[in-house]
Write a protein that binds this ligand. Structure first.
Ligand code: SAH
Length: 273
């Protein structure tokens, strides 16, 4: 069967690299898992997920692709194809009628890059409203620049607000880089496979909304020192004292604080943010 022409509107880039596909499968570490795949496209990754998984739920927005997938793979009994927008969908409600496909515990996907942020938020939630159903493992192919921010370590240039927000909710690691030429058509940017493991950070923020606002404010102007970004909410002297008490260098920039230090700062800051 001829391969469907990729559509720009749905950020369709078909992954062609055997090597990248194998690395994704290896990172997924499958053993009787119930996998959620977002954007199966032509099914190239789906076909590789099926043998190692107990079941695969594949959510695809493109009606034409979904029909093609149903023709080719509709009879496979551990595959559930759902046509729809992953962001708009109440997955639990969709799955209610399918006892065999309850509670997917892993996500493995080559996602549409234009909605990476919203997809990650849908999967792990936000600091102030973590996902109530968490996954054991999330393996995603994303654009490299986003990947770098996801697994960045404090003190590095890439460590930004997104790094703190995501790492508060999940451990993130780089699996491998994937060059643009691994896709058809090649996207404008290089890509990377990342793996997220949702977990509870210790100690958690006493007031998660406050931590969220603090991160936003703290990273407000990246080149400034943290204390300058926060001067609208706390007097400089008081902040310096607090940072010293918490053993944080008062001259630091937002990207120098670890996630744990952001939490400690938020928990000890006696002002509204
Ligand atoms: N997994 C395939 C395709 C990746 S391209 C491969 O590796 O080759 C991204 C896929 O996500 C496309 O098939 C696109 O139609 C689908 N997609 C885009 N937006 C979506 C959304 N909101 N919900 C579900 N699928 C979506």
């Amino acid at each position: 069967m001829r391969e469907p022409q990729p559509r720009k509107r749905f950020a369709q880039h078909w992954l062609k690299s055997e090597k990248a596909l194998n690395q994704i499968i290896k990172a997924a570490d499958l053993s009787l898992d119930r996998v959620l795949e977002i954007g199966p496209g032509t099914g190239i990754l789906t076909r590789r997920l099926l043998p190692g998984a107990q079941s695969v739920i594949a959510v695809e927005i493109d009606r034409n692709l979904c029909e093609k997938l149903a023709q080719q793979m509709g009879k496979i009994d551990n595959l559930l194809l759902i046509q729809g927008d992953i962001l708009a969908m109440d997955l639990e409600e969709q799955l209610a009628m399918f006892p065999k496909f309850q509670n997917p515990n892993k996500v493995v996907a080559n996602i549409p890059y234009n909605i990476t942020g919203p997809i990650i938020e849908k999967l792990i939630g936000r600091i102030s409203s973590p996902a109530t159903k968490t996954f054991d493992l999330i393996v995603l192919l994303v654009q490299k620049e986003v990947a770098e921010r996801l697994y960045a370590k404090p003190g590095s240039r890439a460590f930004g607000a997104l790094s703190v927000r995501v790492q508060y909710l999940a451990e993130c690691e780089l699996i491998c880089d994937v060059p643009a030429k691994a896709f058809y058509p090649p996207p404008k940017v290089d890509s990377a496979v990342v793996r997220l493991r949702p977990r509870i950070i210790e100690p958690p923020a006493i007031n998660p909304e406050k931590l969220e606002s603090l991160i936003k404010l703290g990273f407000g102007s990246k080149r400034k020192m943290l204390r300058n970004n926060l001067k609208g909410i706390i007097e400089l002297d008081n902040l310096t004292k607090l940072l010293e008490k918490l053993q944080i260098n008062p001259q630091c920039r937002a990207e120098d604080l670890s996630v744990a230090q952001w939490v400690v700062l938020s928990n000890n800051l006696q002002v509204d943010v």
